[in-house]
Design a binder for this molecule. Structure first.
Ligand code: 3PG
Length: 306
């Protein structure tokens, strides 16, 4: 059995060593495809793979069709919007993620982005503090919970909205649940996005919602750029000189945004929320273990397709 690690953005070496130990320890072979630049390299690499570990790498119908022996794809991370689930299901391929394994890393980067923004991108001018500010966590999953935990240490007042999370569970963390996204945006100075990119959420962060924010608000995106209506965000930023947007996922109109709002828009050059040795080890080794358990014992825990 061959397990392919296909990562355009490679894991730290220590994580690859750990993945190798799991895979080879189970008697399987490990193949590595890192930093590939052409899709063809991926298509060639998957031909004889029984299992694939990926990150944000695109596994579309063409890749699945090329992977004739493929039985399982594990997205070492949370969001699996980069995998064509329908094509996988039709080909009898199991798709899994590794929820929670990289969430602390992403949450720590959220705090870094927040501080960078409220301190005016470290330009030497007087900024503001996080203490006492109202933080709105939009979707209270693994990353959102970690952001809440850390933000408490900064003395922030924390609110959350999650359509799928019970109020009791939010309150149990000393976080204030709001009944709608609208209320969250009306209430909070800083919003941190943690919604997945789905048919329902795509472009859902629009002008109508942003208009509810108080003056001087900040939007932090460590989720997906697809959830933003980028055209409307641009218009909103033109009309609201006090609003800032910082993101770990470069906007599609990045150059235009950077030029128009150099003091109010910032993006990391490459998504790096989950780029820590710890997160790479946690997510990468969890993915390897899930593959071994699936191939040896048929364990389908963490399966995300039917
Ligand atoms: C995730 O969905 O787990 C994060 O967005 C991290 O993605 P990455 O593995 O591509 O860094």
């Amino acid at each position: 059995m061959k397990v392919l690690v296909a990562t355009d953005k490679p894991f730290a070496k220590v994580a690859v060593d750990g993945i190798r130990a799991e895979v080879e320890g189970a008697g399987f072979e490990l193949a590595l495809l890192e930093k590939y630049t052409e899709k063809q390299q991926l298509l060639d690499a998957v031909v004889d793979a029984d299992a694939i570990i990926i990150r944000s790498d695109i596994i579309d119908a063409e890749v699945i069709a090329a992977a004739k022996q493929l039985k399982i794809v594990v997205r070492a991370g949370a969001g699996y919007d980069n995998v064509d689930l329908e094509a996988a299901t039709a080909a009898g391929v199991c798709v899994m993620n590794t929820p929670g394994q990289n969430s602390n890393a992403v949450a720590e980067l959220v705090m870094a982005l927040m501080i960078y923004a409220v301190r005016n991108f470290f330009d030497g001018t007087s900024g503001t503090e996080l203490k006492g500010k109202k933080l709105g966590i939009h979707a209270y999953g693994n990353v959102g919970r970690n952001v809440a935990r850390i933000a408490k240490g900064f003395g922030m007042e924390i609110y959350a909205y999650d359509a799928f999370c019970r109020d009791e569970d939010i309150k149990a963390d000393n976080v204030i649940p709001t009944c709608s996204a609208k209320t969250l945006y009306q209430t909070c100075d800083i919003i941190s996005l943690h919604i997945p990119a789905t048919a329902e959420t795509k472009k859902s962060i629009n002008k109508e919602l942003l208009s509810l924010l108080p003056k001087g608000a900040l939007l932090v995106n460590s989720a997906r750029k697809e959830v933003i209506d980028e055209e409307e965000l641009f218009q909103f930023m033109e009309e609201h000189q006090d609003f800032k947007y910082v993101t770990d996922i470069m906007a599609s109109n990045h150059d235009k945004m950077k030029e128009a709002f150099p003091k109010r828009y910032f993006s990391t050059p490459k998504k790096m929320g989950a780029q820590t040795a710890e997160a790479n080890i946690n997510a990468g080794i969890a993915a390897a273990k899930q593959i071994v358990d699936f191939l040896k014992n048929g364990n389908e825990t963490f399966r995300v397709n039917k």
